[in-house]
Write a protein that binds this ligand. Structure first.
Ligand code: HEC
Ligand code: HEC
Length: 346
């Protein structure tokens, strides 16, 4: 809770909120906060940033608008595509502005309200400031917030969207970021075959192979990729050998601690069948290759997670197939085809 206050306060001070009492803010909302039964409490709720359809809509427009980049060519949606659960389809590294390549793989985006921190190294710790990272990153969108504000303020479309959302004409970056948090934070993925099976919905069954995979998963993977989010979001080394060219020290990049070298945030395995390539640097293009890593390539290096050993996990070829069959049940087709999260058509 401390961190949250620490981050919001400076924003509030910078943008003292002047709500014009004359303009009524839309209250009714079809956009709701979803907390699936049996899940832990989210880290971020909309208790302060009250949800409304108009705010969500503003956030959605911004997410898909290249206006947030320096040369108006790249939107958040360029690298985070709905069909692949908001990962960057088939891109090892994301192409940003001027076709510049980043050093890390774009993660899928869903269930973000449960994340204690963002990015592979946890370098950003609040969803309401998260967009500032990519917007100002020189190889992603390479823009500055003052420029973004100038462009957005000059747009008749945003003037009207903003007024409907926040009931005022004086735009602040906080108003934009909070709207984006409403769009991203309501992207909850909880309707995979696995979820329907767990909820005991009629007709939702797992095949024998999927069930074998599920049991293997619980014994070999769940300690880190913990149900129901399929991650506990801790920073760990799963024994990938560091890429000598990328020199990515992971969590240590943020903390400067030797004990954090080569640790990365444990990713969720929800929607994993559609978010290739895999790992922070996109080094593997198939789930089979990821499993081969765990059986054959776990490197005995500094900070290797104590839950893994240098000899790796023991899995037969059949067990790998079973595990992969189970991982496929984690794809949420409802989420990736949900119109509310799609690029708006005008
Ligand atoms: C050029 C491609 C690119 C663009 C454009 C981009 N992102 Fe990303 N995004 C990435 C990459 C790569 C990462 C991982 C970065 C890291 O770990 O250092 C990421 C990480 C994230 C995360 C953290 C997810 C997690 O699991 O920790 C969020 C949220 C996010 N981006 C939202 C956005 C938003 C909002 C925008 C638009 C303002 C945006 N992205 C624009 C490539 C991109
Ligand atoms: C010791 C903790 C740990 C265990 C056990 C573990 N993983 Fe991981 N896994 C991680 C971490 C950490 C990463 C992220 C590594 C990176 O990006 O550098 C990861 C990444 C992955 C990825 C890539 C995810 C993505 O979005 O790119 C897959 C797939 C995966 N693990 C599957 C499994 C499976 C299946 C098992 C069980 C056989 C398993 N893991 C066991 C910690 C673990």
């Amino acid at each position: 809770m401390k961190k949250l206050v620490f981050l919001i306060l400076p924003l509030l001070l910078l943008n003292a909120c002047k709500v014009d009492p004359e303009i009524s803010v839309e209250k009714n909302t079809g956009i709701t906060e979803v907390i699936p039964t049996g899940w832990p409490a989210p880290k971020y709720t909309f208790s302060v940033n009250t949800l409304s359809e108009a705010r969500f809509k503003l956030g959605r427009e911004l997410f898909y608008d290249p206006i947030l980049s320096l040369d108006n060519t790249i939107s958040c949606g360029s690298c985070h595509q709905q069909a692949t659960a908001f990962a960057h389809a088939d891109h090892k590294f994301s192409h940003g502005i001027h076709d510049l390549l980043g050093k890390r793989n774009a993660p899928a985006l869903f269930n973000l309200n449960w994340l204690p921190a963002f990015m592979h190294d946890g370098g950003i710790n609040h969803i309401e400031v998260q967009p500032l990272g990519p917007i100002t990153n020189p190889i992603e969108m390479a823009e500055s917030m003052p420029n973004v504000m100038t462009k957005v303020k000059a747009s008749a479309k945003y003037k009207s969207l903003y007024r409907e959302a926040w009931g005022t004409d004086s735009m602040t970056s906080q108003g934009l970021f909070r709207a984006m948090a409403q769009f991203m934070g309501t992207m909850v993925s909880y309707n995979s075959k696995y979820d329907r099976y767990k909820r005991g919905e009629t007709g939702a069954t797992l095949s024998e192979q999927e069930l074998r995979g599920y049991n293997l998963f619980l014994s070999k993977c769940n300690a880190c990729h913990t149900e129901p989010l399929f991650s506990d979001y801790a920073y760990r080394s799963n024994g990938l050998s560091p890429d000598p060219y990328l020199q990515d020290s992971g969590r240590a990049h943020i903390t400067s601690q030797a004990s954090d070298r080569y640790k990365f945030k444990t990713p969720s395995l929800r929607n994993i069948a559609i978010t290739q390539p895999y790992m922070h640097d996109g080094r593997y293009s198939t789930l089979q290759a990821c499993l081969n890593h765990y059986t054959d390539n776990v490197k005995n290096q500094i900070n290797l997670d104590p839950l893994l050993t240098p000899s790796g996990l023991a899995l037969t070829a059949d067990e790998k197939s079973d595990l992969i069959a189970f991982l496929y049940t984690l794809t949420d087709y409802q989420f990736i085809t949900d119109e509310k999260f799609a690029e708006p058509h005008h």
